[in-house]
Design a protein around this ligand. Structure first.
Ligand code: NAD
Length: 474
């Protein structure tokens, strides 16, 4: 038996301890999900809607303990964890609307019958979640998958099992006596591997690009399995002009450093004109980043950001920063430990990498790489110079530049004068290139949770003979 544990990254205190599911337990869970599928899929949609609404009610009654659990396990401040739980609750209404709008039934009259569009669930869906939004992101797959009539086996991140267990309690309460419709299994990579190797009809994955590439390869010969991959990015923010440098700097700092840089949509690269505005902006960003409050999730006054998820994550990010400096990056604001705190606490860093060849990779930490460019053409080239394409932003009051940015910048989320991390639940969320596989989530999750069935149908075969009349040999 292997034991899984999670820890509060601010203190190192144990948060959760339990058994990791081995291959046999994973197969048993998949079998239960397979058996539960036909009955769940055959229910009228209203019955499944009633279940997800009970799940929403269960979340509502637990919203404060759920937020505290997320905050303890991830290290994010309580204000942010509360926002995450609010998004989980909001997801239910959005998913019901999306299911009706994008995966509903449509009929149109044709000569001699009707064209009917219906959607059918795939079957057993595996959901693998990341640590950074351990409630909201898996929830964004699970709610639409269940609504559509799939059954779900969910493995939370090995860093956040307690949050997964708390979600599972809410589903238990909502589902009542429907074994196998939703199951949460705990474990690290090996458990995830057993799950994806098992008898599944879909893998709904939010996590790193490396894992996503691995899944694309291993599912190449399983075309029957639907893959929805929501991966990372190396997101550009082009800051071109602003009436108020301080306001622009606030957008940059929020884009790059919120959640201690642990959001997939965080800006990793700041592209500025090689001008007085560019210099002033970078100085303002570094100054503002130096004033960011950092602390444990439950401290008063509330910090803006917490620690990274683990000391290992801090070590990994530091090694990437050191490698950039070794390539010639100039440190504007260093990546430092925080005195008197666990080694998971780090300060936001700003590095100037202008003119350097730097790896096109996501540093999942508060590290912003600045490039100065001579003109807007060069800014667009720099923005698009990535194998990813998740989020991008433009800071400019110039409508013509925004039009051009929208046309030429390749990303799934493109924001103007707002942080790159801003996203509405009523919109799709997904990326191009190695950021995904063209199956955006959020409002469009309904699309990958069901497949369309197009029918041409009539109540009986009458009329078919007439269609042939005169064209048959006597
Ligand atoms: P991760 O890829 O390390 O892990 C995600 C989940 O997949 C975990 O449950 C893990 O156990 C499992 N897993 C990883 N490799 C596996 C394998 N080979 N086989 C089976 N299971 C495996 O990601 P993470 O570190 O938890 O999350 C951070 C990453 O997620 C970042 O790259 C971030 O950009 C990305 N992310 C993307 C989005 C999005 O919507 N596009 C949102 C949030 C996070």
């Amino acid at each position: 038996m292997s034991v899984l544990r999670s820890f509060d990254p601010a203190t190192g205190d144990l948060v959760w301890e339990g058994e990791a599911a081995g291959a046999d337990a994973v197969s048993a869970a998949l079998l239960r999900a397979r058996r539960a599928f036909p009955g769940w899929a055959a229910l009228p949609l209203e019955a499944r809607v009633a279940v997800v609404e009970r799940y929403r009610a269960a979340l509502e009654t637990r919203k404060e303990p759920m937020a505290q659990m997320i905050a303890r396990e991830t290290g994010k401040p309580l204000w942010e964890a509360r926002g995450e739980v609010a998004s989980m609750i909001g997801k239910v209404g959005l998913s019901i609307a999306a299911q009706a709008e994008r995966a509903g039934e449509k009929r149109s009259d044709m000569p001699f019958g009707q064209a009917v569009l219906r959607h059918r669930p795939h079957g057993v869906m595996a959901v693998l979640g990341p640590f950074n939004f351990p409630g909201h992101l898996p929830n964004g797959h699970i709610v639409p998958a269940l609504l559509a009539g799939n059954t779900v086996v969910f493995k939370p991140s090995e860093m956040t099992p307690a949050t997964g267990a708390a979600m599972a309690e809410c589903w238990e309460e909502a589902l009542g006596d429907r074994p196998g419709v939703f199951q949460c299994i705990q474990g690290a990579r090996a458990t995830g591997e057993a799950l994806v190797a098992g008898a599944i009809d879909g893998l709904l994955f939010t996590g790193s690009a490396g894992a996503g590439t691995h899944f694309r390869r291993i599912f190449a010969d399983r075309p029957d399995v639907i893959l929805a991959l929501e991966l990372g990015g190396n997101n550009p923010l082009v800051a071109w002009d602003a009436a108020e440098v301080e306001e622009a700097a606030a957008v940059v700092v929020q884009s790059a450093f919120i959640t201690t840089g642990q959001r997939c949509s965080c800006a990793r690269r700041l592209i500025v004109p090689d001008s007085a505005f560019g210099t002033a902006l970078v100085e303002a960003v570094a100054a503002l980043a130096g004033r960011v409050t950092i602390g444990a999730w439950d401290e008063t006054p509330e910090p803006w950001i917490g620690p990274l998820i683990s000391e290992a994550a801090a070590d990994g990010a530091r090694a990437r920063v050191d490698a950039l400096v070794a390539r010639g990056a100039r440190t504007i604001k260093p990546f430092s430990a925080v005195e008197g705190r666990s080694a998971a606490f780090v300060t936001p860093a700003v590095l100037d990498v202008t003119g350097l060849f730097v790896p096109d990779e996501e540093i999942f930490a508060p590290v912003l790489q600045v490039s100065r460019v001579p003109d807007f053409d060069a800014a667009l080239d720099a923005a698009n110079n990535t194998r990813f394409g998740l989020s991008a932003g433009l800071l400019s009051a110039d409508d013509a530049l925004w039009d051009r940015f929208l046309r030429e910048c390749r990303a799934g989320v493109v924001n103007r004068n707002r942080p790159t991390t801003g996203a509405a639940g009523s919109m799709p969320f997904g990326g191009l290139g190695e950021s995904g596989n063209h199956r955006p989530s959020a409002y469009y999750a309904a699309d990958y949770c069901a497949y369309p069935v197009a029918s041409f149908e009539a109540p009986d075969a009458a009329g078919n003979g007439a269609a042939l009349a005169g064209k048959l040999r006597p």
